[in-house]
Design a protein around this ligand. Structure first.
Ligand code: SF4
Length: 158
């Protein structure tokens, strides 16, 4: 018998599949972003399987971005939380590195306020203000997720 979590994941997967089908039908070709929750997804074989799945909906030029796993939220319980050492040290982040980070050039606007980025949306300290103008200031990159962004080269520019 399937657990409630697995049934819920199954429903989400079905809805994503329907969404892809709908996009393909109206000839919108999005960059489909997936997260590496199982080993090998970012490897050649994993990518080939995903690209095959995307093509099966009728996308002739499939676009796929595979993100590393951020161990936050439910993922923190599924695997494990960030270790203390998984933080960006002050001497590690070059100016060029910092410019590549998503938070260096955008913010996440939500009905609950403006957050530094979509990754830290569940982190109360990441809410920088009510308006975009209030958030045009530096943000301390002291979270485990920030280490993943830096160490894995996560960027909206690549
Ligand atoms: S997780 Fe940290 S480094 Fe990554 S985009 Fe958000 S604030 Fe920037």
């Amino acid at each position: 018998m399937l657990s409630r979590t697995m049934r819920s994941a199954g429903r989400v997967w079905e809805r994503v599949m329907i969404g892809l089908q709908n996009l393909a039908e109206v000839k919108i070709n999005p960059v489909i972003t997936v997260t590496e929750t199982a080993e090998g997804v970012r490897g050649d074989e994993g990518r080939a399987r995903f690209l095959g799945l995307i093509r099966s909906f009728g996308f002739t030029k499939p676009r796929l971005k595979v993100l590393p796993l951020f161990r936050i939220g439910a993922e923190e319980k599924r695997t494990h939380a960030y270790e203390d050492w998984e933080r960006i040290r002050a001497d590690e982040l070059s100016e060029a590195d910092a410019e590549m980070l998503q938070c260096s050039s955008c913010r996440m606007v939500t009905s609950k306020g403006v957050y530094v980025c979509p990754i830290l949306i569940e982190t109360p300290e990441a809410r920088m203000g009510e308006t975009l103008a209030e958030t045009l200031r530096p943000f301390p990159l002291r979270y485990g997720a920030c280490h993943t962004c830096w160490a894995e080269g996560v960027s909206c520019r690549t």
